[in-house]
Design a protein around this ligand. Structure first.
Ligand code: DHK
Length: 148
């Protein structure tokens, strides 16, 4: 395994200024650079992307899954609504670690259900930006295998 996809959904482009009491003050750029630094000694490349559009995430999950690359996925609010993301993960048998900055189970009831969790290998939430580094740690230590 040489590549890990890190895919981010709606509104994660404005991390840092977006409801910092919930999401913290780390920006998506700082999360990306932390992950790249973490991956580098392992010779692992990070493909890091964000979109506010569901179809982009479907395309990228298909791309990662078909190439056999593991995925760290924070689908944002699409987590709670998107059967399309659920189906995409299943369709290409993508290895997905679902991450969230916040603990969605401590929040509004509409955030308690995830369409991603039933098709994810694991879920890490509630640790702010560290949710991402914990997810990558799990992949790097081969708890999550590439599907190729
Ligand atoms: C991010 C979002 O944008 C929300 O819609 C989710 C998630 C939670 C997070 O905590 O990273 O409900």
């Amino acid at each position: 395994m040489t590549t890990v996809f890190v895919l981010n959904g709606p509104n994660l482009n404005i991390l840092g200024t977006r409801e910092p009491s919930i999401y913290g003050t780390d920006t998506l750029a700082s999360i990306e650079s932390d992950l790249r630094a973490q991956a580098l000694p392992h010779g692992v490349d990070i493909v890091f992307r964000q979109s506010n559009h569901e179809g982009d995430l479907v395309d990228w999950i298909q791309e990662a899954g078909q190439a056999g690359h593991p995925v760290i996925l924070n689908a944002g609010a699409l987590t709670h609504t998107s059967i399309a993301l659920h189906d995409a993960i299943k369709a290409v048998a993508a290895s997905v670690v679902e991450v969230h900055l916040s603990n969605t189970h401590r929040r509004e009831p509409f955030r308690h259900h995830s369409f991603v969790s039933p098709v994810a290998t694991g879920v890490i939430m509630g640790f702010g930006a560290r949710s991402y580094t914990l997810a990558l740690e799990s992949i790097l230590s081969s708890n999550v295998k590439s599907n190729s």
